[in-house]
Design a protein around this ligand. Structure first.
Ligand SMILES: [Zn+2]
Length: 85
C-alpha cells in the first residue's frame, strides 16, 4: 500500500474500522509514513474535537463534511507555495 492508495480510504478507516484487513494495511503504512500518520491523527483529533464541542448532540456526516470543506479551503490558502498532498 502506498500514499496514493491510502488517501481515498483514510476517511473510511477513521469513521469505522469496517475492514480489518484494510486496517492492518493502513496501520502498517502509517507506521512507516509520517505524512499519512499525521493526516490520520488530524482526522481523529478533528472528530474528537467535534464530539467534545457538540456534546450530546448528533453530529451528522453532512455537518462534518461541511466543516471540513471550509477547513480545506483555509489550508489551501495557508499552504500556497508549499508542497501539499
Ligand atoms: Zn503515506
Amino acid at each position: 500500500m502506498n500514499c496514493q492508495e491510502l488517501k481515498p480510504i483514510l476517511l473510511d478507516y477513521v469513521d469505522r474500522e469496517k475492514n480489518p484487513d484494510l486496517c492492518e494495511e493502513f496501520k502498517a503504512h502509517s507506521r512507516a509514513c509520517s505524512d499519512c500518520f499525521n493526516r490520520f491523527k488530524f482526522e481523529v483529533s478533528f472528530r474528537d474535537f467535534l464530539k467534545a464541542k457538540f456534546k450530546g448532540e448528533i453530529v451528522s456526516e453532512e455537518f462534518i463534511n461541511k466543516i471540513k470543506t471550509q477547513l480545506k479551503k483555509l489550508q489551501k490558502d495557508i499552504s500556497i507555495g508549499e508542497k501539499g498532498w
